[in-house]
Design a protein around this ligand. Structure first.
Ligand code: M6R
Length: 633
C-alpha cells in the first residue's frame, strides 16, 4: 500500500529517493517523506499530500548525503497529516524508519515503550519500530549471533521478532552512517545491486533506472547494506546465501510516451498485450490433425487432470476477470466453478470439495487478502490428510516476481508489462486471455469441445489484436465527445448478461474509481427486480448487447430502461440495425463470437470512464483514497 525506497552508495541520495518515490506513488499518495544522513546530521523532511508537496519543500536544500530512505504513504493508522508521514524516528531522533504494512500489536508495544520513557509523536503503528530499535541498542538482550560491527542489525533483528503483522521496513541510524537495514515480512521488498551502491524499494520500477541486478527478499529476512556489500540473515540471525537475479524490465515502461495519462497509454497497449499472450501461449502450428493441446501453458497433468471443481479467489477487477473465467470454465470446459472475494473467503471458507483446482488471480501478486486466502486454503487442504482434497494451487498474475509466485507452485504470467495507472485496464484483458487459454486447455484435455469448435475459437482469438486496434481507432474521438454529455451526471447503471455481465461490473468499477460517479453494474435481467426504480432521465444506462445467446434479451432489458426515460448507450455489434433503433448512443465493436466478446466490449467502457474523469479534471492515474496494490488487509 505504501512505497518504500532506500539508497546507500556514492551518489546524492535525495534525488535517487525522490525519483524512486515518483515511480512508487501509485502505491499511495496521502503524504511523503525522506530522511538522509550526512556530516553527523539526520535530516528528515515530510509533507502532507502528494509527492510534489515534498519536492517543493526540498527545493533549494543542498543535501550531500549518500545514505537515505523515503516513503510515500497510503494511510492506515493515523490521518494523512504531516506528523503521521514517514520516516518516523525514536525519541532522540537518531534512528529513522519507513514501513509498508501494518504492525498489529503496536498498541501494546507503544504502552511498553512509553513506560520506559519513549516519547511518541504520531498516531501511527510504525512509530513503535524506531523506539523499539533504540531500546535494544541501549539495552541489548538475547542471543547475539552477530558481531560488534553489526549492532544496528542485531537491534533491528530483535525488534523484528517483537512485531506482529505484515510489513516491509527500511531504516537508518545516525550512529551507523554506513548502514541501511531492510526487512521483509509478508510485504514486498527488493534490493538493487549497483557498483559500490545498493538500492531498496517496494517494487522494481523504483530501481530499474540504476540497475537490473535485483534480489527479492523472502518473508522473515533482514539485510544489512553497506557500500561494501549486502548481507542477508533470517530473523534468528543466521546468515543466508542469496544472489541477485537480472531483470528483463525496460525503463521505458515507466514513461507515458506522449499520452496524457498512464491509463490511456495502457488502454492503447491492449492490442499488443493480446498479441504477446497469443505468441506466448498458443501453438501456431496446431491444427485439428495435431495430437496435442493447442495451448502452451506448461502446467503439469497432476494439476489439471481429473478435476471436479475449480474455485477462484480474487479482489476488485481481478474478481471480475474471474467471473468471465467461471463462465468459460463452466461453458467451455464443463467444470463447476465458484468465484469468491478473497477477503470474504478468508473468514468463511466453504467446506472442502474434492479434486479442486484453486486459482488465485491478482495482477500485482501482492494483494494481502488474496495471498492470505490462498495460503489458508493451501494449508487447510494439506492438513486434511485426504488425498482427494490435496491442494492444487495455480496463480494468475502479471508479476511473475511477486509474492504470489513464492506462495503457489504454478503461475500463469499474463505478460501485460508494468501497469502504472491505479485503474486496471490492460492487465484485466490479459487476465481474460489467461482464462481463455486455461479453459481451452482443460476443454481439450477433457474432450469437452470438438476440435472444429476449438479451431474456430482459436481463429477468433487470433483476430482480436486487429479488432482491438479497430475499436480504439474508431471510438476514441467519439467517446471523448460523448463524455461532454455527462459533466453533471451523478449516477450510471451498466447492464449485461452472460459472459458480459462481469464486463458491466467492470465498467461500473472503472467509472466509480476514477470519476467518483456512483455507478452500478447489474445483470440486465435483474433490473426489473428492484434497481429499475432508480431510473429516470438523469440516470444513463450503458447496456452491453453483443450477438449470441442473450442478445435479444439484453435489447428487451434496454427497452425497459428506455421506457423509464433513461438515456441508453449501447456497446453493440457494428452495423446492427436493431441496435441503432434501440440506443441513443452507440459504442460499436466488431461482431465476434460471443465467447470472445468481453475482450472487445470492455474497451469502450474503459475509454468512457477515462474521458469522463479526464474531462472533470480528476487525477486519473492516482484517484483519491486508492492504491495500486493493496498490501494490507
Ligand atoms: O493486484 P490485484 O489484481 O490483486 O488487485 C485487486 C484490486 O485491488 C484491483 O483490481 C482494484 O480493484 C483496481 N484498482 C481496479 O481497477
Amino acid at each position: 500500500m505504501c512505497g518504500i525506497v532506500g539508497y546507500i552508495g556514492t551518489q546524492a541520495a535525495s534525488s535517487i529517493l525522490i525519483e524512486g518515490l515518483k515511480t512508487l506513488e501509485y502505491r499511495g499518495y496521502d503524504s511523503a517523506g525522506v530522511a538522509t544522513i550526512s556530516e553527523g546530521q539526520l535530516q528528515r523532511t515530510r509533507a502532507k499530500g502528494k509527492l510534489k508537496n515534498l519536492q517543493v519543500k526540498l527545493e533549494g536544500l543542498e543535501d550531500p548525503a549518500r545514505l537515505g530512505i523515503g516513503h510515500t504513504r497510503w494511510a492506515t493508522h493515523g490521518k494523512p497529516e504531516e506528523h503521521n508521514a514517514h520516516p518516523h524516528t525514536d525519541t532522540k531522533e537518531r534512528i529513522a524508519v519507513v514501513q509498508n504494512g501494518i504492525i498489529e500489536n503496536y498498541r501494546e508495544l507503544r504502552e511498553e515503550l512509553k513506560a520506559k520513557g519513549h516519547e511518541f509523536r504520531s498516531d501511527t503503528d510504525t512509530e513503535v519500530i524506531p523506539h523499539l530499535i533504540a531500546e535494544y541498542l541501549e539495552n541489548p538482550t538475547g542471543d547475539a549471533v552477530l558481531t560488534e560491527q553489526s549492532r544496528l542489525l542485531e537491534a533491528a533483528r530483535h525488534a523484528m521478532t517483537r512485531l506482529e503483522g505484515a510489513f516491509a521496513i527500511a531504516l537508518i541510524s545516525l550512529d551507523f552512517p554506513d548502514e541501511l537495514i531492510v526487512v521483509r515480512q509478508q510485504a514486498p521488498l527488493v534490493i538493487g545491486f549497483g557498483q559500490g551502491e545498493f538500492f531498496c524499494a517496494s517494487d522494481t520500477p523504483a530501481i530499474m533506472p540504476y540497475t537490473q541486478a535485483v534480489l527479492t527478499l523472502e518473508n522473515g529476512e533482514i539485510a544489512r547494506l553497506t557500500p561494501l556489500g549486502a548481507e542477508v540473515y533470517d530473523f534468528t540471525g543466521h546468515r543466508l546465501k542469496k544472489y541477485p537475479q537480472t531483470l528483463n524490465w525496460n525503463p521505458i515502461m515507466v514513461e507515458k510516451q506522449g499520452f496524457k495519462h498512464f491509463m490511456l497509454k495502457e488502454i492503447y497497449e491492449q492490442p499488443g498485450v493480446v498479441r504477446t499472450c497469443l505468441e506466448t501461449y498458443l501453438d501456431t502450428a496446431w491444427d485439428t490433425q495435431s495430437s496435442h493441446s493447442p495451448i502452451k501453458l506448461n502446467l503439469p497433468d497432476a494439476l489439471l487432470d481429473d478435476l471436479q471443481h475449480v474455485q477462484i479467489l480474487a479482489c476488485g477487477t481481478s474478481w471480475h476477470a474471474s467471473l468471465v473465467g467461471k463462465y468459460l470454465l463452466e461453458q467451455v470446459s464443463g467444470i463447476p466453478t465458484v468465484v469468491q472475494y478473497a477477503s470474504e473467503f478468508r473468514y468463511a471458507p466453504a467446506p472442502l470439495m474434492p479434486h479442486t483446482l484453486t486459482i488465485g488471480v491478482t495482477q500485482s501478486g501482492e494483494t494481502a487478502d488474496t495471498l492470505a486466502a490462498l495460503d489458508m486454503e493451501q494449508q487447510r487442504r494439506s492438513k486434511s490428510g485426504n488425498a482427494d482434497y490435496s491442494p492444487r494451487m495455480l496463480g494468475i498474475t502479471n508479476r511473475a516476481d511477486s509474492s504470489l509466485s513464492r506462495l503457489v507452485p504454478h503461475i500463469v504470467d499474463t505478460k501485460a508489462g508494468l501497469e502504472i495507472g491505479v485503474a486496471a485496464t490492460k492487465t484485466f484483458v490479459a487476465q481474460l486471455m489467461a482464462f481463455y487459454f486455461l479453459s481451452l486447455d482443460l476443454a481439450y484435455r477433457r474432450q469437452a469441445i470438438s476440435l472444429e469448435r476449438l479451431a474456430e475459437i482459436i481463429e477468433g482469438l487470433r483476430q482480436l489484436p486487429a479488432q482491438l486496434e479497430l475499436v480504439l481507432e474508431s471510438q476514441e474521438r467519439y467517446v471523448e465527445e460523448l463524455s461532454h454529455d455527462f459533466s453533471e451526471t451523478r449516477d450510471f447503471i451498466f447492464i449485461g448478461r452472460g459472459i458480459n455481465y462481469p464486463i458491466a461490473l467492470e465498467g461500473a468499477l472503472k467509472l466509480k474509481e476514477i470519476s467518483y460517479i456512483h455507478a452500478e453494474g447489474y445483470p440486465a435481467g435483474e433490473m426489473k427486480h428492484g434497481p429499475i426504480a432508480l431510473l429516470d432521465e438523469k440516470v444513463p444506462v450503458v447496456a452491453i448487447a453483443t450477438k449470441g445467446t442473450v442478445y435479444e434479451k439484453v435489447l428487451s432489458n434496454a427497452q425497459e430502461a428506455k421506457a423509464r426515460d433513461a438515456r441508453l448507450i449501447g456497446v453493440v455489434p457494428m452495423n446492427d440495425p436493431d441496435a441503432e433503433e434501440t440506443f441513443d448512443a452507440l459504442l460499436p465493436v466488431p461482431n465476434v463470437d460471443e465467447l470472445l466478446s468481453p475482450i472487445l466490449t470492455v474497451v469502450p467502457l474503459q475509454l468512457l470512464s477515462y474521458h469522463i474523469a479526464a474531462r472533470r479534471g480528476l487525477d486519473v492515474d492516482q484517484p483519491r483514497n486508492l492504491a495500486k496494490s493493496v498490501t494490507v488487509e
